[in-house]
Design a protein around this ligand. Structure first.
Ligand SMILES: Cc1cc2nc3c(=O)[nH]c(=O)nc-3n(C[C@H](O)[C@H](O)[C@H](O)COP(=O)(O)OP(=O)(O)OC[C@H]3O[C@@H](n4cnc5c(N)ncnc54)[C@H](O)[C@@H]3O)c2cc1C
Length: 432
């Protein structure tokens, strides 16, 4: 049979472009079918009306994340650190308090240590825990909120730890799986402060697009934009992939990199495993928002944390722009705040700093976005085994890749790159 290409890669985020580079550098032909008019998916470096280039999606990287860190070294890309907070505000037990970051961390420590106790022992090699064992499966019944509640913390400590996980899950702790938290902490050697550092310290100086462009430059894959895949049909020999409008592409293999919450928008024939389809139907737990905010004047190097019930429950100072302050803020529930509404963002931040004036805002609703349906993936209880098993398996001629299916830092750019390298390496022997 003649194929249009060896491999069709569905989606051109970090997973898709990494898989394309890995395959085409070894002489395999590949076509990326991307539903948007740009590459990058849930990363998006764009010129912002706030006065500088900003990362609207994924941003921070860290040396605990070996796959992305190796790529940054490979292309010799400059990094910059987010400023260290000199003042911390925390909203807990119904009040806003001020102190140092150290004071805030000390208040959080009993709860964080309690929730995460045993993470390094549970997952001594957190990049290799498939197949999901009985101990992990048993723990996967619990939500992170249940684990926090069981610690009987005082209200202030409870609100801070609950808020931290609302931030980390980009979602509500009462629907997020406890095992996700254990995985993150195990990846930081069981140290929650290092885990936090990994999530919000180093940024690519020229944006995530600088890494994206470097990887794309080493790929010879054909990229077709505005090509939303609607159906993938398999026979004994390969796949036929149909895009919106009816155009088809044939290939020997397909790598599918769709976020879990939109996986079911493709009609797979034969169907993907029923337990994975059920997870995609239920949806993973992230429902949150990220917004960049230009605030009038110099507000100093400040960070704030509060419970997930706040429309914006975390923010930190990032840049000075002509005497104004640029901060980044997060919330757990996109239905509570419109990140393009300056007034709504100002009202949410005034719960912390009453005289704060918001000049302008920039953000994107990733949850409403039909090509993502979520922010960074965080699983609900009882989803882990189905997702990990599907990620490790070839489904006929199809493999899944993407940060949602990573074994290590799932949810991160690192996980997208890791899973893509694995998927490409697994299919390569069948193609050469
Ligand atoms: C607000 C936000 C903040 C984040 N912060 C960080 C961070 O600081 N650090 C970090 O490491 N990670 C962060 N992440 C997560 C990180 O950005 C993602 O995990 C990673 O970029 C996912 O890459 P991916 O290739 O797996 O998926 P995606 O980037 O989602 O790529 C999938 C691609 O498939 C396309 N697609 C979807 N459906 C179809 C279809 N039917 N046909 C064709 N194409 C389709 C999409 O348009 C997309 O381009 C953040 C994410 C968000 C949203």
């Amino acid at each position: 049979m003649n194929y249009d290409t060896d491999v069709v890669i569905v989606g051109g985020g970090f997973a898709g472009i990494t898989a394309a580079r890995e395959l085409t550098q070894r002489g395999i032909t590949a076509t990326i079918l991307e539903g948007r008019d740009r590459l990058g998916g849930r990363t998006w470096t764009r010129d912002s009306a706030l006065g500088r280039k900003l990362d609207i999606g994924g941003t921070w990287v860290h040396w605990t994340q070996p796959h992305v860190w190796a790529e940054i070294g490979r292309y010799d890309l400059p990094l910059v650190a987010s400023p260290t907070a000199e003042r911390a505000l925390w909203r807990a037990d119904g009040r806003v308090r001020t102190g140092t970051a150290e004071q805030l961390f000390a208040l959080m420590d009993p709860g964080m240590t309690g929730v995460l106790a045993g993470s390094a022992e549970l997952l001594p090699n957190p990049y290799q825990f498939r197949p999901v064992g009985d101990e992990l499966k048993a723990l996967d019944h619990f939500t992170i909120a249940e684990k926090i509640a069981a610690l009987n913390l005082d209200q202030e400590q409870h609100d801070l730890v609950e808020g931290f996980w609302g931030l980390s899950f980009s979602g509500l702790p009462d629907v997020g799986a406890y095992t996700q938290a254990m995985r993150w902490c195990a990846l930081a050697g069981g140290n929650w402060q290092l885990m936090f550092e990994a999530c919000a310290t180093y940024k690519l100086k020229n944006g995530t697009k600088s890494l994206l462009d470097a990887i794309v430059a080493q790929s010879t894959a054909d990229v077709q934009f505005n090509s939303r895949v609607t159906r993938i049909e398999q026979d004994d020999d390969g796949v036929t992939v149909t895009v919106d409008g009816g155009r088809t592409h044939t290939a020997r293999k397909a790598i599918v990199t769709l976020p879990l919450n939109v996986l079911n928008t493709i009609d797979f024939s034969p169907a993907l495993p029923s337990d994975l389809v059920s997870v995609a139907t239920e949806g993973q737990a992230s429902t949150g928002v990220k917004v960049w905010v230009r605030v009038k004047g110099d507000i100093g190097k400040v960070a704030g944390l509060g419970p997930s019930s706040c429309p914006l429950n975390f923010f930190q100072y990032e840049y000075d722009i002509d005497g104004d302050s640029l901060i980044v803020a997060f919330g757990s529930d996109s239905t509570r705040i419109d990140v393009t509404d300056r007034g709504a963002v100002e009202a949410a931040l005034r719960e912390w700093i009453p005289d704060l004036d918001v000049v302008a805002v920039d953000g994107h609703d990733w949850v409403a976005d039909e090509l993502s349906g979520q922010t960074w993936p965080m699983l609900r209880p009882n989803q882990l085994a189905a997702v990990q098993e599907s990620a490790a398996t070839e489904h006929g001629h199809i493999r899944l890749a993407g940060s949602d299916y990573a074994e290590g830092w799932a949810g991160f750019i690192d996980g997208a790159i890791e899973s893509a390298k694995t998927a490409a390496a697994r299919i390569l022997p069948e193609l050469v």
